[in-house]
Design a protein. Structure first.
Lengths: 520, 326
């Protein structure tokens, strides 16, 4: 993947022109105003708004994918029951007017009246029940089913009231709701999965115009929207996988939002008139997994030594321009259950060497670090830096680059590592359960053994009392910090290059809602 | 003639079968699990197993292979695991975009390359020759992932003459509008395709320039050139009527091979320019391990490769009667 760091970024227009012998070719066909830029120059509402997607969108059926870019687009087309506030990131009712835990492991939602789907169908409690039943149906085989598997039954109480009856209090249910899309029952019953993959029908602020999988999505304003009418008439979302192209397109005025620019481009984006970088602390933590099944990571002293050996603050400064947040455990400050009293491990190579001596490795040892570079910002560079920090305390780590499928498979089968790089966004729930349950003990993403934390996770799931849950997770966090099943690194920011003529800014949940975006 | 074509067709079937088998083996024997990508990392082992079962991934390798060949013979390339659409439909939708880009790259670059090659052969060791050598050298030594980004920086970011990515209307739509007097779609089409076409075709242009120059210079030393000149034919006439056709044999061979390579090279170019062709489809599918699409795509590319080379062989027969006699 090409990055701007390899290009002569300081080249001035005059210098570039010196090499532009080929410019005549373009002058034959090129005229000012060609392409997409023209839309940026118009006043009032945005006639057209351009958002690049950094990876493919294969389909737009909420029950046929778990891909982030698809979730972003689905959020333009569908409404969720609960949404996260733009400023505070707190959960708030959206399509639901109110919701509460009513006892007997039951959550009750009152649905907004007068809402219709894009095809004219009525959105009511039956539509909500249909959508949840579809999510949990074995025939559909939704990849999202597992997150909602605690729901035993969805009951229609009256036309606009629905109950989710669960096998436990399921306190995380509201946190999962922002990515639960309500679908038009008749339409989704009558059409094939193949058709639904390409032709979504929701009740959202935008309706579908054109969708070409892994290529482009076009939507237009839903003028009958029940909520605030968007100031954007049409949205075009091309898939632009190449980092350098996304940034160049932003600088050229072809995009309003260009997600995930590489850090090396930050200065260039900020220095260009009309564009800027927008970052937000998010939910994606970056850690190095330590495999308990492979020696010497089964020794707590070795795991702690690794945490002392790496200067994560420097990694944050160099590779994230200081926009990350250092971790003292697995729960970042944006997550319910985070313990602010816990301090990150300090950088102390002498302490690391001492712990290694105590563990029987006075001369260090040889090991392997596995990484899929796409899972974290500057994946290869960060891992190489980690490798060098470890070398300074005598640990010789060989670097193994893996593709996502291979490393995922090695983690789920507990064969990864002994050290493996990992990032995890907690399913965008901002709830401790989504981190601890998945990353520790027998979780799908874990290569460690922590039965005491497992018990606490179960206790946290057994109550809907948030204050009680927070105490439980703080207790778990202390154990996690002490046992060091991971080399704790940082909370990765969400980064975007944006045009300055609108008021959209980066959000913690990685979503790009557009109905409230205005021209500035 | 018919026997020759039949023999070549049989060879083509063997080559395509070999490619199909090879890609099947590579995909199914390499580490990694598509089920992880399909149901998400935090699914349970039971969910993974269900997915593997539904996709037939839990069958022994030989059973998977037999099933795959059976589906292939019945013309069924399967359904994409991630897009949920028939692979054949997806390839059919993307292929015209790649062919369009490849053809425009070839049309822009090959005539220019032959012209440069002829000029530098006719006037060797002159400014014309040195200039064309310089262009060829730059073309050969510039990787298209770098060239593409540089062109975007120059023409889209700095000069703002051309769009930075994406595609305009399809050529048939643009031409249709032009016939009705509307030139805007054609402008849109041209402005979007020119940078990726130059990026894709530059390397080929450089090689064809060098090859044409060498072949023409070699042919210029042949006795038939002296005979033709002795009979009073002009230098230009000799080059155009005798030297160029003889030289084009190897150039056509090379172009035949390179058009297949262009299809492969389009993967990088399409990714840089967000061009909606087969290359990007393949990249996305490989990253997700969408086996049906990868297998179908490789099969299609190998088929095109074989087909183009068959055409090249038939052009030989037309260009050089001696091959026909043999």
């Amino acid at each position: 993947m090409t990055t701007y760091s390899k290009l002569p970024l300081t080249t001035s227009r005059r210098e570039i022109l010196k090499y532009a012998g080929a410019a005549g070719i373009a002058s034959v066909v090129g005229v000012p105003g060609l392409g997409t830029r023209t839309a940026l120059a118009q006043g009032g509402d945005f006639d057209e708004f351009f958002v690049a997607m950094w990876s493919g969108m294969p389909n737009l059926d909420p029950e046929q994918n778990t891909i982030r870019t698809c979730l972003i687009a689905q959020n333009w087309l569908f409404d969720p029951l609960i949404w996260r506030n733009n400023d505070s990131n707190e959960l708030e009712p959206y399509l639901a007017e109110e919701y509460s835990f009513v006892g007997n492991n039951t959550w009750r939602f009152r649905i907004r009246q007068g809402v219709r789907f894009h095809n004219g169908e009525k959105l009511d409690a039956h539509a909500v029940k249909f959508s949840m039943d579809r999510r949990l149906s074995e025939d559909v085989g939704s990849p999202n089913a597992k997150s909602f598997s605690d729901i035993i039954e969805t009951k229609v109480v009256d036309e606009y009231t629905v109950d989710f009856v669960c096998s436990s209090p399921f306190p995380m249910l509201p946190a999962y709701m922002p990515t639960f899309s309500i679908m038009a029952p008749q339409y989704y019953s009558e059409n094939s999965m193949q058709h639904l993959a390409l032709n979504p029908v929701g009740s959202g602020p935008f309706r579908l115009v054109e969708f070409k999988p892994d290529d482009i999505l076009r939507v237009e304003r839903n003028d009958d929207y029940w909520g605030q009418t968007p100031a954007i008439k049409r949205v075009t979302a091309p898939i632009v996988e190449e980092d350098a192209t996304r940034v160049a397109s932003l600088l050229a005025g072809d995009l309003h939002i260009s997600p995930r620019p590489v850090m090396e481009d930050f200065d260039r984006i900020n220095a260009t008139e009309g564009t800027m970088v927008s970052t937000s602390i998010g939910n994606r933590i970056v850690v190095a997994g330590l495999n308990y099944d492979l020696e010497p990571m089964n020794d707590k002293r070795v795991r702690q030594a690794l945490n002392y050996a790496v200067d994560t603050a420097t990694l944050n400064d160099v590779y994230l321009r200081g926009t990350g947040e250092l971790l003292a455990g697995l729960l970042p400050s944006t997550v319910v259950g985070h313990d602010p009293a816990l301090e990150p491990y300090p950088y102390d190579p002498e302490m690391a060497k001492s712990l290694l001596r105590d563990a029987g490795y006075p001369d260090g040892f040889e090991t392997t670090i596995e990484v899929n570079p796409g899972w974290l910002i500057a994946g290869t560079e960060v891992t190489q830096a980690l490798q060098n920090f470890l070398k300074q305390v005598g640990i010789e780590a060989a670097l193994q680059i893996r593709d996502a499928g291979t490393l995922s498979s090695r983690i789920t089968s507990r064969k990864a590592g002994p050290i493996y790089m990992l990032s995890w966004g907690g399913n965008s729930t901002f709830d401790a359960d989504s981190y601890l349950e998945v990353l520790l003990d027998e979780g799908a993403w874990s290569c460690n053994t922590m039965p005491e934390v497992r018990e606490l996770v179960q206790a946290g799931r057994a109550t809907a009392d948030q204050a009680e849950r927070e105490e439980i997770y703080k207790q778990a966090s202390q154990i996690v910090r002490e046992e060091a099943p991971y080399l704790f690194m940082y909370l990765q920011p969400n980064t975007y290059g944006i045009a300055t003529n609108h008021n959209w800014r980066a959000r913690p949940d990685e979503m790009i809602p557009l109905w409230h975006v205005n021209r500035v | 003639m018919a026997a020759y074509i039949l023999r070549r067709l049989l060879q083509a079937i063997v080559v395509v079968w070999g490619a199909a088998t090879l890609v099947f083996a590579i995909l199914h024997l390499s580490p990694g699990d598509p089920a992880v990508n399909l149901v998400g990392e935090n699914a349970t082992e039971e969910q993974f197993e269900l997915v593997r079962e539904s996709l037939g991934l839990n069958l022994p390798l030989h059973e998977r292979y037999v099933r795959y060949l059976g589906e292939l013979l019945s013309g069924d390339l399967g359904i994409s695991w991630f897009v949920g659409q028939p692979t054949l439909d997806m390839l059919a939708e993307r292929l015209p975009d790649t062919i369009e880009l490849t053809l425009v790259a070839a049309i822009v670059c090959i005539p220019l390359a032959i012209l440069l090659g002829v000029l530098s052969a006719v006037w060797p060791r002159t400014l014309v020759d040195y200039s064309s050598n310089f262009v060829a050298l730059i073309g050969v030594s510039t990787p298209n992932f770098w060239l593409g980004v540089m062109l975007i920086l120059l023409f889209a970011v700095e000069l703002r003459w051309l769009p930075s990515m994406g595609r305009g209307p399809f050529i048939t739509v643009a031409l249709g509008a032009m016939l009705e007097g509307n030139f805007e779609p054609l402008k849109q089409w041209a402005s979007h395709i020119i940078l990726p076409a130059i990026t894709l075709g530059t390397f080929m242009m450089a090689l064809v320039t060098r090859l044409t120059r060498t072949d023409i210079m070699e042919n210029m030393r042949q006795p038939y050139v002296k005979v033709a000149r002795a009979k009073g034919m002009s230098k230009g006439g000799v080059i155009f009527h005798h030297v160029l056709p003889n030289s084009l044999i190897s150039v056509v061979t090379f172009i035949g091979l390179e058009v297949g390579t262009l299809l492969g090279g389009a993967i990088v170019t399409e990714t840089i320019f967000a061009w909606p062709g087969m290359g990007r489809l393949m990249v996305e599918s490989i990253l997700r391990r969408d086996y049906p699409v990868i297998q179908g795509g490789v099969l299609l590319i190998s088929f095109i490769f074989v087909f183009v080379n068959l055409i090249v062989d038939l052009i030989y027969l037309w260009l050089d009667p001696r091959i026909r006699l043999k």
